[in-house]
Write a protein that binds this ligand. Structure first.
Ligand SMILES: Nc1ncnc2c1ncn2[C@@H]1O[C@H](COP(=O)(O)OP(=O)(O)OP(=O)(O)O)[C@@H](O)[C@H]1O
Ligand SMILES: [Mg+2]
Length: 259
């Protein structure tokens, strides 16, 4: 395990947002974190990214407790894309993506060719080359989301933590990002932890699914194993059935909408 949360609990005042959360991640693994609104996904990702220090429990990265990591070293090892990231309005796409390189630059050191290549690769991978000079405020919601994904990619870290990175994307761009994530894991050995609302996308992309309900991890295992538990239906309070046309395919949950 390169990243591991053990018995992490996080409270906001009296409210326990995450309760005894334990989950570990191996190299090149893709883990989807799913759960209803308010179930603790973002809270868990913040803890895994070292941005929230749990009062109870610990998060260990490469054998060292999170609080021992310096920010710059952490950013080389792990990139985190929050659910609602903030950047100044007057920043351009390329400026945002270049920020992803900050951890790689030495003091008083400018951009080297490897930094430029990483930025170029990130822009190409997200289909943003044409929009590189555009201001962030002049983008559509989906374009802006891709710019943020590009900034996380430019960091070229071994662990990518993404909080609902496809929520504003049309279906074509959603699939493009999911395939990109899959390629990163296969070809570069990147470990991906992704919070995602589309259950079928989660099951299509993930080696392992972690299901949160009211701050507790209620399932952890393969998409196929999840499909036999009935937990998706009860946790999300929906009626549906799993369809599996081919044994090689991920299970697909068809939701029934009453009308
Ligand atoms: N800063 C905060 N202060 C107080 N309560 C918070 C804060 N952030 C989150 N919460 C609460 O903690 C719980 C978990 O929130 P979290 O953002 O982790 O949920 P989530 O699973 O990511 O939901 P969503 O699917 O809506 O993104 C929620 O009940 C939320 O209202
Ligand atoms: Mg969230």
């Amino acid at each position: 395990m390169i990243l591991k949360a053990t018995n992490v609990s996080i409270r906001y005042g009296a409210h326990c947002a995450l309760d005894g959360f334990s989950l570990g991640f191996s190299p090149a693994e893709i883990v989807a974190l799913i759960g209803p609104n308010g179930s603790g996904k973002s809270t868990a990702l913040h803890a895994l990214a070292g941005l929230t220090r749990p009062e109870v429990g610990e998060v260990v990265l490469d054998g060292r407790e999170m609080r021992q990591w310096k920010r710059r070293n952490l950013a080389k090892r792990l990139s985190f894309l929050p659910q609602a990231p903030y950047a100044p309005d007057d920043m351009s796409v390329e400026q945002l993506v270049r920020q992803g390189r900050f951890a790689h630059l030495g003091p008083f050191q400018g951009f080297r060719s490897e930094d430029r290549m990483a930025v170029q690769w990130a822009l190409e991978s997200t289909g943003l080359e044409e929009l590189a000079d555009r201001g962030l405020k002049e983008l559509s919601g989906g374009e802006r989301q891709r710019a943020w994904i590009a900034a996380a990619l430019a960091q070229e870290s071994g662990i990518l933590i993404l909080d609902e990175p496809t929520s504003f994307l049309d279906i074509g761009h959603q699939v493009e990002i999911l395939e990109l994530i899959s390629r990163l894991s296969r070809e570069r050995g990147v470990t991906v932890v992704i919070a995602i609302h589309d259950l079928n996308h989660a099951m299509a992309i993930a080696d392992r699914i972690a299901l949160l309900s009211a701050g507790r991890l209620v399932f952890e295992g393969s998409p196929a194993a999840l499909s036999t538990t009935g937990l998706l239906e009860t946790t999300f309070n929906v009626k549906g059935k799993f369809i599996r046309s081919d044994a090689a395919d991920a299970p697909y949950l068809q939701i029934r909408v009453q009308r």
